[in-house]
Design a protein around this ligand. Sequence first.
Ligand code: ACO
Length: 373
Amino acid sequence: MTDQEIKKGLAGVVVDTTAVSKVVQETNSLTYRGYPVQELAANCTFEEVAYLIWNSELPNAEQLAEFNARERGQREVSQALIDIVLGLPKDTHPMHVVQTAVAYLGAVDPEAEEEGEEANRRKAERLYAQLPTIVAIDHRRRHGLDPVAPSSELSYAENFFKMVFDEVPDAAVVRCFDVSMILYAEHSFNASTFTGRVITSTTSDMYSAVAGAVGALKGALHGGANEAVMAMLEEVESADNVSTWIDEALANKEKIMGFGHRVYKNGDSRVPTMRKAFEDMVSAKGADDLLALYNAFEEDFVGRKGIYPNLDYPSGPAYHLMGFDTPQFTPIFVMSRITGWSAHIMEQQASNALIRPLSAYSGSEQREVPTDR
Ligand code: ACO
C-alpha cells in the first residue's frame, strides 16, 4: 500500500450514508433532517429539535406535549447514582463523571442489551432526560452544595438552570442556552458520533456507544475546545495582550482553540447564530471587556491565518457569562449531542456493517523469535 492511499485521520473519506444531518462543505451549511440549523435556532426550542432529530419531522403541539411529558417524567436519577457521583474525587474531570454515570445507567438498565428501535429510543430518551440531572449534581458537589431536585414544571433549559443554580434566570439567558443546545445537537460523522457508530457496529449496546462517544468528545480538538477557548481568553486577559499572545502561541506551534474545522474551511454556519447569543449574554451581564477581547482575538487570528472560528469560540464565553464553571462546558455539550449520537446509533444498527478499516504496516519485517534470549 502506498502513502497516497492512506487517508490520515480519514480526511475526505465517505464511510456511509446518513439521513440525520447534512454538512455542505462548499457553502459551510448544516441541516438537521433538511432544516437549516440557523432557522431551527431562530424558530424552535431544543425539545422540538430533539424530537426532530429522532423522528425526522418537527412535532405538532400534541406530539410535543407528549414528548415533553415523557422527558419531564424521567428527570430523576436513583439515589444509588447520586451516591456514585458524590463519591467521586472532587478533581475528577466532569467528563469522566458523565462517562461513569452513563456506564452505570447501562449497568442497571434491564433493557441495556435489548436491540431494535423502540428499546433504543426509550434508552435515548432516558439519557436525554437524566444527563442534565447528573451534570447539575456534579456542578453542585464541587461547590459543596446539595443536589436540587428536577422540576417537571420547567422546560428542559429552565430545569437545568434550576438544578445547577437553584434559580431560573431571565428568559433571555435561558433562550441563549437553548440556542446553544440546538446548535450542538448534531453534526454528521464528527469524531464522537463516529466513535459511537464504530462501537454500535460491533453490535454493542447504546450505553457503551454513548460512553465511548463521551470519551471522544472530551478532547480539546473536539468538544473540549469550548473549555479550552475560555481558558485561553482568561489567560490572554485583555484585548491589549492579544497580538503578543498569538505571536508566542504560533511561535510555539500551538493550535488556537475555537478556530479551524475539518469540514468547514471558510467559516462554520453555526457561528453567527451563537455569536449573536453570546452578544445577548454580554448585554445581559454588562461584559463589554470580554466582548472586546473576543473581537480583538478573532480579528487578529483570522487576519493572520485565514482560519475562522468554529462553534466553540462563541459558546465557551457565552457559557461563562451564564455562570457555568469552565470544566462543565463539555458536559453541557453532551446534554445536547446525546440526541445526535443516539440517532446515529439507531441508524447504524438499522443498517449495520462492522466498521473495521485497514492499516499499512510500518514495523519490522517478519522475523524468527530468537530461542537463545
Ligand atoms: N490554530 C492554529 N493553526 C491551525 C488551527 C488552529 N486552530 N487549525 C488549523 N490550523 C492549521 C494547522 O496547523 C495546519 O497548518 P499546516 O498546514 O501549516 O500544518 C492547517 O491549518 C490545517 O490544519 P489541520 O490540523 O491539518 O486541519 P484538521 O482538519 O485536521 O483540523 C481541527 C481541524 C482539529 C479542528 C483544527 O482546526 C484544530 O485543532 N482547531 C483547534 C481545536 C478546536 O477548536 N476544535 C473544535 C472543533 S469544532 C467542534 O468539535 C465542535
